[in-house]
Design a protein around this ligand. Structure first.
Ligand code: GLU
Length: 578
């Protein structure tokens, strides 16, 4: 560059204007064009996303390819048989979309059907592996509709790499192997048994790490998507009828019919945004509890100067745990599918209300017992703690146009209902409903099972903007209800402590979903644990906590924009910036 300048400015025969022009030309020609950034839970998926960006695709195009590959290589987490939420920032129009591809309950399911499975872990798993837990998948239609509205490349161009990968095979990853090996139910499904195990019936061997797994059925489904589209094949045609007949072959009760698929719709909702210090945090509102609960916790924490606390000090852990506990009381009482129930969102997020909640917290003593908040025009609701298992995946993508996609995708528990159809796993997302329909006083629960309702989720795809409305960060995580703690704590690390995303995602975790404080196993010192117990967390537990937080952070100074990424070390993800 310097020699270029010297050469040109010594030559006085060129005008200054032309010199400037040449300098610009130099940058255009010599700097490789920036394509974007992709962070997903699997290197193969990240690579396909990046290939699409480099071909001229945008974040949405890349998202389609990424999701196809994740469904193939990480079938325990998400896929065509599951549901998802995406927050998409469209730079050109400066619009933010919350796209709801959550599973829906069948029209003919009896409202009290889940009651019989209540009360025990065994009952819970009997329902998980029953066709009755399968909701109409939303992920495929979300991909098609998102692409139809925002995609840049042609639909068919997004399919080649995922199809080849499915047809030629991919190596089984360590995490996939471990999850196959420890699963009790997967071998009860004929297709899953053939796909994930070798050996004979009395000696089934989970396929090992590195073995190449080919999935021709999945390749065939993607080829149908490419050639005929998704709504005509998955929600009407052959793929749908194959799903229905695979469900019929499975022991249990099945309520899904063709009209459930035909009537399924993806909903373009408004993201829920709230201010936190100098930032605007936007995430998924109902039917996810993500945005409301995270914004409530942030609203409580805003009353404290968190940066003054030592990171991972017992006081900071206690404070965040208490704020999370209080917000979960409201979450478990008032949240549900907004198409079915009335949710006092504005009152729940009111800063004065959150200040009052903050006053319930003492830095020296754990709250013994608190109640959910009371809100105008909404009947008081019973507080109900339901189950949710850990699976799911989160990915984030930015492109050269400044668009940003933050998407969380799930089949609910690991391998969903364990029912495999045409190379993909069907979800058990309906177990995210409360198993009770009414409380002891006969009042219907907000998250009760109802025909055509979407179960309450915790998935929290998030996008954060700075005070000048510049993109600041994209993030999200798997982890069931723990997602809320994982995402919240990462936001605090990024904003209050100004962490690099790599450090933010690697920090020791702690969670509280209303059942007490849980610390990530072997990450906290005896002193910290003792102090927490002294404050009143006598029954705190230590557990392995498998967050899978993926972050893109956009950092600006006066001259340049830097992209930084964070890949959770607890999973198998990879980031690419090119
Ligand atoms: N079913 C959960 C939810 O929607 C997600 C499961 C998980 O993250 O593992 O909140």
């Amino acid at each position: 560059m310097l020699s270029f300048l010297r050469r040109n400015f010594r030559n006085l025969s060129i005008s200054p204007l032309s010199a400037v022009f040449q300098i610009i030309l130099f940058f255009l020609l010599s700097e490789p064009a920036y394509a974007g950034a992709v962070v997903t839970a699997n290197p193969l998926a990240t690579k396909v996303g990046m290939d699409i960006l480099k071909k001229g695709g945008n974040a949405v195009d890349a998202g389609v390819g990424v999701q196809y590959v994740l469904g193939l290589v990480e079938p325990q987490s998400s896929g065509l048989g599951g549901g998802s939420f995406a927050i998409f920032y469209h730079k050109k129009s400066d619009e933010l979309y919350a796209i709801d591809g959550r599973e829906k309950a069948p029209k003919r399911i009896p409202y009290n059907f889940f009651e019989q499975y209540r009360g025990s872990r065994q009952g819970f798993f009997r329902l998980v592996t029953n066709p009755a837990s399968v909701g109409v998948p939303g992920t495929p239609l979300l991909l098609e509709e998102m692409h139809a509205r925002f995609g840049q490349l042609g639909w068919s161009e997004l399919h080649d790499e995922p199809i080849t990968l499915a047809a030629e095979g991919f190596p089984i990853s360590p995490r996939l192997h471990v999850l196959i090996a420890r699963d009790k139910f997967l071998k009860n499904n004929v297709d899953a048994k053939k796909y994930f195990f070798s050996g004979s019936n009395d000696n089934l061997i989970p396929k090992n790490v590195g073995i190449i797994l080919k999935n021709p059925s999945y390749a065939d489904v993607l080829a149908q998507f490419r050639d005929e589209g998704i709504s005509t094949t998955f929600y009407k045609g052959k793929i749908m009828s194959n799903i229905l007949s695979d469900l019929k072959k499975t022991a249990g009760t099945d309520f899904l019919h063709p009209d459930d698929f035909e009537n399924y719709s993806v909903v373009f909702r408004k993201p829920l945004c709230g201010s936190y210090r100098n930032f605007r945090v936007c995430s998924m509102g109902p039917p996810s509890s993500g945005a409301i609960t995270i914004l409530q916790i942030l609203g409580i924490l805003e009353n404290y100067e968190l940066a003054k606390f030592k990171k991972n000090s017992p006081e900071l852990i206690h404070l965040i745990s208490e704020a999370t506990y209080l917000s979960f009381l409201d979450r478990n009482s008032y949240l549900g599918d907004p198409d079915f129930v009335n949710i006092p969102i504005a009152q729940m997020l009111d800063k004065n209300y959150l200040k009052q909640r903050a006053r319930l917290i003492s830095l020296f003593e754990k709250i013994e017992q608190a109640s959910p908040g009371k809100f105008k025009n909404v009947a008081e609701k019973s507080h109900y703690i339901d189950h949710s298992m850990n699976s799911t995946t989160h990915f984030v993508i930015t492109d050269k146009w400044g668009n940003a996609l933050s998407m969380t995708s799930s089949v609910e528990s690991a391998f969903g209902s364990r029912i495999m159809s045409q190379g993909f796993i069907l979800n058990n997302q309906l177990t995210d409903f409360s198993f009770r329909y009414k409380d002891d006083n006969g009042i219907k629960l907000q998250n009760s099972l109802e025909p055509e309702k979407r179960p309450l989720s915790s998935m929290s795809p998030t996008i954060i903007f700075d005070k000048d409305n510049n993109l600041f960060a994209l993030l999200g995580s798997p982890g069931g209800k723990n997602i809320i703690s994982y995402v919240l704590q990462t936001i605090v690390r990024l904003i209050d402590f100004d962490f690099h995303p790599t450090n933010a995602v690697s920090e020791p975790r702690f969670v509280n979903t209303g059942r007490g404080l849980i610390l990530e196993k072997d990450k906290f010192s005896i002193e910290v644990i003792d102090r927490l117990k002294k404050i009143g967390h006598y029954d705190l537990k230590e557990r392995k906590l498998f967050s899978g937080i993926h972050v893109i952070k956009v950092k600006k100074d006066k001259i340049q924009t830097y992209i930084e990424t964070g890949v959770d070390p607890r999973r198998e993800g990879m980031a690419l910036i090119e």
